[in-house]
Design a protein around this ligand. Structure first.
Ligand code: DX5
Ligand code: ZN
Length: 220
């Protein structure tokens, strides 16, 4: 079985010491950099944009996993490709023509991801699952780091895993929000392949060890 992946969320990093935190992730057991882009419209918060992503990709040596929490993501697909994104995830709730958006992401050479808000049932992906490289299940309402994990996520991950299997798809499942050492094992057992962790990593005394601990738990 392939390794389960840990993606520290840069949203929780110290922006005044961003290069230091990027290099910490480079040297750690982390697999991906998780990059949260918020526009203040789709979600009630503004995070950071292109110039900061450019600074991150200049130093990052691992997969760049970009989570767009923005309206009308089609407008920026090429920009995110040019900035070095490897995976580009858009929200189901922000896409009128999801299939077209997925094709456009792939045409730019990136893996295509779809994120689902906590209220969105996984069944809405029944007709597109074979076109999706990654589904990101939000385990908090998007917009802020440091929120509490929503317990219904386990059921959603299980249902999504069953859908992926029934369609013979190869889609990865990523879980984002409130991930800690307390829910990691249960999420992996439910079928998750990748876990995003912001506060748990950056608020710990030793982020490198926090990443290592999550990765060991996820692969135990
Ligand atoms: C929330 C973001 C998450 C966030 C996770 O909208 O999508 O990626 O950074 O942070 P924690 O792990 O603190 O919940
Ligand atoms: Zn995210």
């Amino acid at each position: 079985m392939s390794s389960k992946l840990i993606a520290p969320s840069v949203l929780a990093a110290d922006f005044a010491n961003l290069q230091r935190d990027i290099e910490m992730i480079n040297a750690s057991d982390a697999d991906w950099f998780h990059i949260d882009i918020m526009d203040g419209v789709f979600v009630p918060n503004i995070s950071y944009g292109m110039p900061v992503l450019k600074a991150i990709t200049k130093h990052a040596t691992k997969t760049i996993d970009v989570h767009l929490m923005i309206v009308d993501p089609d407008r920026y697909i090429k920009d995110f490709a040019d900035l070095g994104s490897d995976i580009l995830t858009v929200h189901y709730e922000a896409c009128t023509h999801l299939h077209r958006t997925l094709q456009a992401i792939k045409a730019e050479g990136m893996k295509a991801g779809v994120a689902l808000n906590p209220h969105t049932n996984i069944n809405v992906l029944e007709d597109t699952i074979n076109d999706i490289d990654l589904v990101l299940i939000m385990s908090v309402n998007p917009g802020f780091g440091g929120q509490s994990f929503i317990e219904n996520t386990y059921n959603k991950v299980k249902a999504l895993k069953a859908l992926i299997k029934s369609k013979n798809a190869t889609t990865l499942i990523e879980v984002d929000g409130g991930v800690t050492n307390k829910n990691t094992k249960q999420l992996i057992d439910a079928g998750a392949d990748a876990l995003v962790a912001g506060s748990y990593v950056f608020k710990s005394d030793n982020p490198t060890i926090a990443i290592k601990d999550l990765r060991v738990l996820a692969n135990s």
